[in-house]
Design a protein. Sequence first.
Length: 412
Amino acid sequence: MSAKYKPTSIESQSKSLSASTSMTSTNKKNENKNNTQRRIIGICLVAIGYLLRCQHALLIVSTPSTTSNLNTHYDNITSHIRHNKESLLSPLPFLSPIHVLFGLSGNHTGFLSEFEVALKSVLLNAPMDRNLYVHILADQDAYDSLNEIFDRIELLSWVTRNPITIHVYDVTPEIPSLQRQIETTFRKAGKKPHFKHTTATSIHSIGTFFRLIAHHFIPPTIGNILYIDTDVVIMANLEKLWQEVDTVPNALFHWGATMCAGFVVMNVARMEEIWSLAEKTPMDKISKKRDNVFNDQLVFKAVNVTYPNKVNVLSDSWDMSISDKWQPRHRPYDEKYPNVGMLHLNGGGSSKEAYFKDYWVFQTYNNTWGNAKTFVTMPWPWARYQALSLNFRQIQRMDLVWVVRECNYEAL
C-alpha cells in the first residue's frame, strides 16, 4: 500500500492562513454591510424625527362670516369647519400650541394700524418649537376691514418655521348679549342700578370686552390664551411667557402686578368664572381705591383684589406699560428692567389715532421704549423674509387656506 499522504507543516500553515484570511475578509464584508445598514437606519430615523418634530409651516387664515351668510354656506363647509376645529388641538409633538387673542371693533385707521404692528410683533416672536394660533374677535366693521389688510401684507404668502393659523370670528350677533352682561355685572357689583354699557365703552370701544366672551367661540380644551391690546408690542419670544404660564397652568388668569388688562393670559375653560366672580366683588369700593373707572379692566381688577389666590402674577418682563413705568423711579429702564418681553404703549383713547403717530415716548426714551419702533417701521416684506429665514428645513411647502363660515364652534 502506498503511504498515506501527510501534509507538511508548511502546507498546513499555508492552508490555515488562507482559511483565516478568507474568514477575516468575510467578517469585514459583513461588518461593513452591517455598518452601512446601521447608517441607513440612523439617517432614516433622523429624517423621520425631523419630519415629525420640525414641520414646515405656513399661515392659514380662517374667516367666519356674518350670521346673514351662515345658512347659505353652512352645508358646503361643515367638513372644513370640523377639520378646522380639530386643527386647534393638533400641536407639534410634546408641546401644546400657543394661542393669542385680539379684540377689534370699528374700522378706524388708527387702531387698525396699531393692530398691524401688534400682529407683526406676534408673528416674528412666534414660538420656536410650538404651533401658533392667532384668534381675532371682530365686529362687522373690523371684520370687513381685515381682508384688505391680509391681502395688502400678503399674509398667505408667509412661510414660517412652525404652523401658524389665524382664525377670524365675526362676533356681531353676540354684542347685544355682551352689553346686557356688562350692565348686569356693574349694576350688581358696582352698586349702580342704572348703569349703561355705553359708560363702560365711552373711552375705549366695546372691542376691549370681546376677550371676555372668547369662550363662546374658542374651544375650552385649548388651555390658556394670551390677550393683547392693539397698542402692545411683543419684544421677546412667546415661549418664555408660556414657561411662566405653565408653572401655574390652572390659574383663572395671569397678568402683571400693575394689573394692566392690556396683556392678560386667560384660562379659556374657566372664563365664565370671571363674570360670576366679578358680580360677587365689592366693585364699587375697589373702583374708588383704584382709578374710579368702570371698564373692562375693572372686571379683572375686582376679581384679582377679591380672589388673589385664583390669579397668577407674571414677572416684570411681561408687565411693561408706559402708564405705570413712566415715573422716574423706574429708570434707567435697561438697568431696572433688563429682561423685557413686551411693551404696552397705552394708545387709543378719544382720539382713536395710532399711538406711534408723533409719540412723545419714542422721542423721550428712544433707546428703550423707542425699540418698539422696529415693528412700527419694518416693512411687511422684510418681516415676511425674517420669518422665512428661520425656516431652514427645506421641506416642501403646501398651500392651503381654510375659510370657515361659522362663528360659534358649539353650533357644530
